[in-house]
Design a protein around this ligand. Structure first.
Ligand code: DGL
Length: 271
């Protein structure tokens, strides 16, 4: 039994897709979320810069003495997971392995689509995991650099002509490849789920990497004896590196509860 909080971070809003599932699966756990909103998006940046930002994000979360940190970001998971795991003496979870496991199981025909940021696609990390789990699997990958800024600006609802047009352009070659499973390889993308799902069609299974990661984290914490079994609701705290307004409003909509009073701004450059 371990009552310490779980730290969760992303470049912005996207990691809330993992946090929401963590909170649903483990309501009694304390969760501390950090969204690096002053430096989002990470996906177009170099490995060096992404690693530097990720180190600072983890250093900030470690001030809460967490029992584990969840990298609720495809970009950091594909680029800096090994570095962060090597530098920290607590479990550090990324999103790649659990998503690859889900996709490898879901695909009936062995053809998987993958969308993510430029850094995630460049890394080849999802492909390597998929190939290890299901040798010979065919992956059609596409970097979608405009999707994170759209989501951060609240442009993710069905009927949003800009979001629908951009998504359709990115997804066209993936759909044409005849995949039956699509990994939403960036934690921001589940906010576009309805748009993506409508374009790909009901026969294509969508893998939400944040959701899969949350399930995996729960299993691992249980195996390691790190769960908090105290009855009652855990505390949720939210931190961002830019002003709280937009984040609070969008997070409240996405999480389905008013978190406006619980979001604080910090200076991440000091970590
Ligand atoms: N949610 C992040 C991811 O999963 C977005 C990265 C970015 O900021 O570009 O990749």
């Amino acid at each position: 039994m371990d009552t310490r909080p779980i730290g969760v971070f992303d470049s912005g809003l996207g990691g809330l897709t993992a946090l929401r599932e963590l909170a649903r699966l483990m309501p009694e756990e304390d969760l501390v979320y950090f969204g690096d909103t002053s430096r989002v998006p990470y996906g177009g940046r170099s490995r060096e810069v992404i690693t530097k930002y990720a180190r600072q994000d983890v250093a900030f979360l470690r001030t809460f003495r967490p029992k584990a940190v969840v990298i609720a970001c495809g970009t950091v998971s594909t680029t800096a997971l090994d570095v962060l795991q090597g530098e920290n003496n607590i479990p550090i979870f990324g999103v790649v392995e659990s998503a690859a496991q889900a996709a490898a199981q879901l695909t009936k025909i062995g053809r998987v689509g993958l969308i993510g940021t430029q850094a995630s696609i460049r890394s080849g990390a999802y492909e390597r995991a998929l190939e290890r789990l299901r040798p010979g699997i065919r992956v059609t990958a596409r970097a979608c650099p405009l999707l994170v800024p759209l989501v951060e600006n609240g442009r993710f609802r069905p009927g949003d002509i800009v979001a629908e047009t951009v998504a359709a352009e990115y997804l066209a070659p993936v759909k044409a490849a005849g995949v039956d499973t699509l990994i939403l390889g960036c934690t921001h993308y589940p906010l576009l789920r309805e748009i993506v799902g409508a374009y790909m069609g009901p026969e294509v299974a969508l893998v939400d990497v944040g959701e899969q990661c949350a399930r995996w984290v729960k299993r691992q914490l249980e195996l390691d004896g790190l769960r908090n079994h105290c009855p009652g609701a855990g505390r949720r705290r939210y931190y961002v590196s830019d002003s709280t307004g937009d984040f609070s409003a969008l997070a409240s909509i996405f999480l389905g509860e008013d978190v406006r009073g619980e979001v604080e701004q910090i200076d991440i450059t000091g970590y």
